[in-house]
Design a binder for this molecule. Structure first.
Ligand code: CTP
Ligand SMILES: C[C@](O)(CO)[C@H](O)COP(=O)(O)O
Length: 397
């Protein structure tokens, strides 16, 4: 199945009046947060996501020089900026018009002023678009909400159980939100977010869990909050683990590799299903989090693992990562085999591994090579697999 193209509009054409300048010369999106501008952080959050195919910044006409001076690395997926309009809504519409010739399947619309959109948030919004026309992250309201007509006299108390605070990125099917925005512009209606335009146009919109860190820098004090969030994220470290495994061939009619059954003139011999790739991968994950190896958790002496599917071992390692507060960044597996040929099965293996661990298959790579007919692999006596795992964990010291 062809994966959907995902374009991102980063609206950065505001003046940032509520945030003020606080002694700085730049508007909020061009101010530095722990050494990196707000806008560069926001753009990077999307460029670093593998599902994103295009990122389009929408900027203010007075900020062209500031944008050109931004600390952005060159990236073919980053489009040249376009100029926005007088309101956020008008700026989004400029972005949609610019993207239209590229015909993306989906579009995410993001405030430049929200530099902390996580990969999980992006995935959750995109995931909801399988079922809905639009999706946005939102947080349940925790304060009691009062209504007032003049900002002082209370006229009502709202039922907060039905209320949620909207965030971005907000995701849509491109053609639907483009048409809704054009209609909203034609009737000159002003909306405060794109989800509201989608609702007004009769589209089905879903909420997914928002993120308390995904703040919108709006007022001067929000910069201090943002610096604290960045300080907190420095309490995370990246761990690397490696794994190696080998299994010999035995008479049989199929091998299990990467959780996929591949018909073959032999099977791999082992206590479990002998899936050498998943064993190496499980060891890599366990190694990264300092949890011993596969034999520590699933001793070969234990009869219950005889013939077991190796996805059980992998899932267990994934649960240990979650229990330790970790997050798998990426996994890389190399299978060394003279036969069978692996390449055409690699996408299915990535899918099984991703599903077993509850991560996107984009975070998994499976590669294969022969051993150039050398040694025991070359003589087709067995298969080797090597793996590495990169995992973000709370800093231990
Ligand atoms: N004409 C506008 C107004 C806003 N935005 C963008 O929309 C996002 C959300 O708007 P907000 O936080 O209100 O930013 P500003 O409009 O810049 O702030 P203020 O209202 O305080 O002036 C920001 O990333 C802002 O740059 C935009 O692209 N074009
Ligand atoms: C889109 C938004 O961030 C969702 O909460 C919000 O509506 C933007 O409002 P603003 O007044 O333009 O900052």
């Amino acid at each position: 199945m062809k994966s959907k193209s995902v374009a991102v509009i980063v609206v950065a054409a505001g003046k940032g009046e509520r945030a003020g300048r606080g002694g700085h010369t730049d508007p909020k999106q061009y101010r530095s947060l722990a050494g990196r501008t707000v806008l560069a952080r926001t753009i990077d959050a999307f460029l670093s996501h593998p599902a994103v195919t295009l990122v389009l910044p929408v900027i203010h006409g007075d900020h062209v020089g500031r944008y050109a001076a931004l600390d952005l690395a060159k990236n073919v997926r980053l489009m040249a900026p376009v100029l926005g309009g007088a309101t956020r809504q008008a700026s989004v519409l400029e972005g949609l018009k610019t993207l239209a010739p590229h015909r993306p399947d989906l579009v995410l619309i993001q405030d430049a002023a929200r530099p902390f959109a996580s990969a999980q948030l992006i995935e959750d919004v995109l995931g909801a678009l399988d079922e809905y026309d639009g999706a946005l992250p939102a947080l349940p309201v925790t304060d009691t909400i009062k209504r007032s007509l003049n900002g002082r006299d209370v006229v009502a108390t709202e039922d907060r159980r039905q209320l949620a605070a909207a965030q971005t990125p907000q995701g849509f099917r491109f053609e639907q939100i483009f048409s809704a925005h054009m209609r909203a512009s034609a009737v000159r209606r002003e909306f405060t977010d794109d989800a509201e335009i989608a609702e007004w146009a009769g589209l089905r919109v879903a909420m997914v869990s928002g993120d308390t860190n995904n703040i919108k820098i709006t007022h001067p004090e929000d910069f201090a909050v943002a610096e604290r969030i960045i300080g907190g994220s420095e309490a995370v470290e990246t761990r690397i683990g490696t794994g190696y495994d080998v299994h010999p061939f035995a008479p049989g009619d199929a091998v299990w590799l990467g959780g996929v059954r591949i018909p073959h003139s032999a099977k791999l011999k082992g206590h479990s299903d002998a899936d050498v790739a998943l064993h190496a991968l499980t060891d890599a994950i366990l190694g990264a989090i300092g949890e011993g190896d596969i034999g520590t958790h699933f001793p070969p002496s234990d009869l219950q693992w005889e013939g077991a599917a190796s996805t059980i071992f992998l899932k267990h390692a994934g649960k240990l990562v979650s229990a330790a507060g970790g997050r798998i960044v990426n996994l890389d597996v190399t299978i060394v085999a003279e036969t069978p040929r692996i390449a055409s099965h690699a996408p299915a293996m990535c899918a099984v591994i991703g599903e077993t661990l509850g991560i996107s298959p984009n975070r998994v790579a499976v590669k294969a090579t022969t051993n150039e007919k050398l040694g025991f692999i070359g003589r087709e006596e067995g298969i080797v697999a090597m793996a590495s795992a990169s995992i973000e964990m709370p800093r231990a010291d």
